[in-house]
Ligand binder design. Sequence first.
Ligand code: PLP
Length: 403
Amino acid sequence: MTTDWDAGRLDSDLSGVGMDTLAVRAGQHRSPEGEHGEPLFFTSSYVFRSAADAAARFAGEVPGNVYSRYTNPTVRAFEERIAAMEGAEQAVATASGMAAILAMVMSLCSAGDHVLVSRSVFGATVSLFEKYLKRFGLEVDYVPLTEVSVWEPAFKANTKLVFVESPSNPLAELVDIAALADLCHAKGAMLAVDNCFCTPALQQPLALGADIVIHSATKYIDGQGRCLGGVVAGRSEQMKEVVGFLRTAGPTLSPFNAWVFLKGLETLRLRMQAHCASAQILADWLEQQSGVEKVYYAGLTSHPQHELAKRQQKGFGAVLSFEVAGGKEAAWRFIDATRLISITANLGDSKTTITHPGSTTHGRLSPEDRATAGIQDSLVRVAVGLEDVEDLKADLARGLAVL
Ligand SMILES: *Cc1c(COP(=O)(O)O)cnc(C)c1O
């Protein structure tokens, strides 16, 4: 809907501005009230001027809102802002990160299509493909993330979609997104990247050649552990299909959550910088502690893909993992000895979290699958928050002291 303000200087043209300006300004359409902040349209439905107006809006002959399962101005504002930051033609918001993955597959794939998924994706993503989507005739295969040459033979004539998380959880493995995108396009497939760990502040998969970006906005986009939400972003042609699925099936984003995420985006880059700075300090420090056998963080020169991370990302992220001497018992003792850091599997929060992937996030895998994925029983994962880094170090030192 255009308003008096849309034409005015306050919603000026944002073409060519930087990411920080987009994060603060993109997607805002002021109402005639002239509000400075983004309004929260907490409504499920909308009134029409007349019966004829209702009929015209339902028929799509005139623009305007009908029902919040279809459109909501606050949700749209969030979609426009995240699209601008990802460099996408269009973004579509969903009720959660999982709803984003579901909406992408349901709208772009059909029975008989083949999907390739990187082996180290989020646990619920594997369950979604294995338990549900396969029942509807989708073929799914898993490929180790890091080497593009290993992906090539996995393609089939019916491969429609390739889905990866880079960097991966919890070992911070990467794939060369530009090289994988080239391969996908040569094979006639689309590449979707779950950009949850980096956010557009650190990595823009579309600029690297990917076709679709997925987010769990629940993580860093919120940044303070309040709301669930997700995003699918890409070309309008494909996003039109995603919108169609969401309007029909219903896992749309709540306007309240959209408003929280809209405000979260304004501070996203500053927060990511702070998260990354602390993660680097802790990874450097952990690597020197006796009792710590190995640290997994792409910001370390010991990380096998450090150079790729430098090239592909604007920062190394804030999730790091390390193996302690003494196996699972030692890992659990370490975790239990911390006092400040929260024992929780969530990440992307201002509060630092610590978890034992082998018995939580990756606990449903068989021991053999865990071994194949490189997740040892001695592995501890930390998602670094925004506390004073010296306090975090002191807390991790409590863990080291009981090894
Ligand atoms: C959390 C997460 C998801 C799922 O998002 P929800 O908002 O919890 O549904 C998907 N991918 C990654 C990488 C995640 O960390």
